[in-house]
Design a protein around this ligand. Structure first.
Ligand code: GTP
Length: 322
């Protein structure tokens, strides 16, 4: 079985962390999310994965190489961002001969891919979308069911009156006929331009998934995903933490130095940062190579861009230092 992984987005909602690192390489419980995804695919007999790359493509290829977890990896580079549908069309020559999987590269789940593929074949529709039930469907694509889990309507980011709270979980089984529904050579949103039309034609099946699922689209989700996987916060290799420093509900990337008596709460700190003694950081996102002096207090919601030097307190909440 082959899989296409969508990993080329700009991840604007995860700025400033995503300026230097693609979202699929954000670590979770000790390794990048893409490694968790590939490991899951390897247990479902996926032998080849196509990585649809664009933004920061070289970093992804450098990290994964030509093969990982027994899966042969191919990199399909877009000259310009093609969205969530265009990269599928671009990979047609590699995927035209049999049904295949498509996964967003920013979602962590324990979907049984082999079962999804079996159900897709049994149901005989062009696309089968994995669906997850959530409390608030407005940030996602929500569906209205017909009989036997056929999807009658697919609405991307319904502002109100969502047709159900079952949402697109970012993992699909597709048949090669899908290529007839995706235009060539331009940016295409599969959620907005392809799935609604397939629903009308009764060619969209919903595969309900009830296991663990989380996307890491925004910093709070990223922190939640890390907690879901491990009791201990992720602290990257080479990161040093001083005495009496308290790190709670936070993620610290690699090679960062944190002084003594410092408190870091509900925050993400990038790599190669230097954070002094007696510093207080709450609900903040701090990118790579930031230097924060001793005794600094960083207000809630602060975002600090790479390579900044902070020498005075940040007192207003939601400040962006860029
Ligand atoms: P935001 O800018 O914060 O919305 O993030 P994003 O750019 O990742 O967009 P979104 O969360 O909608 O993307 C869902 C999945 O599709 C992610 O795994 C992205 O990496 C991927 N993706 C989004 N746009 C593109 C693109 O133009 N090309 C490729 N190859 N993948 C994309």
């Amino acid at each position: 079985m082959k899989a296409l992984l969508l990993v080329g987005g700009k991840a604007t909602r995860l700025k400033p962390l995503s300026i230097t690192r693609p979202k699929c390489l954000f670590p979770l419980a000790g390794k990048p999310i893409i490694d968790h995804i590939l490991e899951g695919l390897s247990t479902a007999s996926v032998s080849e994965a196509i990585l649809a790359v664009n933004n920061l493509a070289d970093k992804i290829e450098e990290h994964l190489g030509p093969e990982k977890y027994g899966i042969k990896l191919r990199y399909n580079l877009e000259n310009e961002p093609l969205g969530t549908g265009g990269p599928i069309k671009l990979a047609e020559k590699h995927l035209h001969d049999e049904d295949f999987l498509v996964l967003n590269g920013d979602i962590l789940s324990f979907i049984d891919y082999a079962e999804l593929m079996n159900r897709h074949k049994e149901e005989g529709s062009i696309a089968s979308i994995t669906l997850k039930q959530v409390e608030d469907p407005s940030r996602y694509g929500a569906v209205r069911f017909g009989t036997k889990d056929r999807i009658l309507e697919f609405i991307e980011k319904p502002e109100r009156d969502a047709p159900s709270n079952w949402i697109n979980a970012g993992c699909y089984a597709l048949s090669p006929e899908i290529f007839e529904y995706i235009p060539t050579g331009r940016k295409v949103s599969i959620e907005r331009e392809v799935y609604p039309g397939l629903a009308v034609k009764e060619q969209l099946y919903g595969y309900r998934y009830t296991g663990k699922w989380i996307d890491i689209g925004v910093p709070s989700d990223y922190l939640r995903a890390d907690k879901m996987l491990s009791d201990k916060p992720t602290v990257g290799k080479g990161t040093l933490i001083g005495q009496n420093t308290k790190i709670t509900d936070s993620i610290i990337w690699e090679n960062t130095r944190i002084g003594t008596n410092t408190s870091i709460q509900n925050s993400v700190i990038g790599s190669h940062c230097t954070i002094g003694n007696n510093v207080k950081i709450t609900d903040a996102v701090i990118a790579d190579n930031v230097r924060i002096e001793d005794l600094i207090i960083i207000a809630k919601g602060t975002k600090i861009w790479p390579n900044k030097h902070i020498e005075t307190n940040i007192t207003s909440p939601n400040t962006e230092i860029n």
